[in-house]
Design a binder for this molecule. Structure first.
Ligand SMILES: [Zn+2]
Ligand SMILES: [Zn+2]
Length: 250
């Protein structure tokens, strides 16, 4: 028997085993352990309903993405971010927190891609208008080696795939030169100190971003300090503008 034949038999055996296992133990929702929806490889119908309810019917401010039905948005008065606008696919709630946790700490990189692709339709067309390329907030290489992937990159690639891959992804422009501690408990000054020198561009990065309108992707935007810091670097290196896209905003 030649190698090809053996390979296809192995593949067939594997698919029989998977089907038999799914029959005995139907695959379960990643968030709540109920049986999966017929329309989704990760979520059950109830969790999809929760995600849709979180995302749909939102009256999001086109600049800050706050749901104006829930919060009074005053961004037109106080906007001091270097990025033009920010859009979050979801408001932060328990379900979205569970998705973010699975993606970040449980190794589910294909879930990050899936969520990006499935909910890419939520990104308003005017947000993507004129965007030349996408970049993701990078992980430090040690962190990336430990986790095996950068969740923001997979989210970005999912969103881009959901839009027919018409916007290129610049994977090598930005780099993180050191890991930074979490910013939530730091004041503004401490955050700036924490981020100083933590990001930069790879060789050739400036050429890649110069003259471009960029979409900068992160999984969860908390204080906005990291996205603001990376935006400033991109603008200093010649990018024309930066818009921030995230899974959720905490
Ligand atoms: Zn579920
Ligand atoms: Zn606003």
């Amino acid at each position: 028997m030649n190698i090809l034949g053996r390979k296809s038999i192995t593949r067939l055996a594997r698919s029989i085993i998977t089907n038999a296992r799914d029959f005995v133990y139907p695959p379960l929702c990643i968030l709540c352990d109920n049986p999966l929806s017929k329309n989704d490889p990760w979520f059950c119908d109830a969790c999809i309903d929760k995600l849709n309810a979180n995302a749909s019917g939102r009256n999001a401010c086109p600049r800050c993405s706050q749901d104006r039905a829930r919060h009074a948005c005053a961004c037109h008065l106080v906007w001091d971010h270097p990025y033009e606008r920010v859009y979050s696919l979801f408001d932060f709630d328990e379900t979205v927190q569970a998705v973010a946790h699975q993606v970040k700490y449980r190794g589910k990189k294909s879930l990050a891609f899936h969520v990006g692709k499935r909910y890419a339709r939520l990104v308003p067309p005017e947000f993507l208008e004129g965007i030349d390329a996408a970049v993701a907030i990078p992980l430090h290489f040690r962190r990336k080696m430990k986790r095996g992937y950068n969740q923001a990159e997979y989210l970005a690639k999912g969103v881009l795939a959901g839009h027919g891959n018409s916007i290129p992804y610049l994977g090598k422009a930005l780099k993180r030169t050191r890991h930074t501690r979490t910013q939530t408990k730091l004041d503004r000054e401490q955050r700036e100190k924490n981020l100083k020198g933590a990001f930069g561009l790879n060789p050739g990065g400036a050429d890649a971003v110069r003259g471009k309108n960029l979409m900068l992707v992160d999984d969860v935007v908390t204080t906005g300090a990291t996205t603001a810091h990376c935006t400033r670097i991109l603008l200093e290196e010649g990018a024309l503008s930066v818009r921030v896209l995230s899974l959720a905003r905490d």
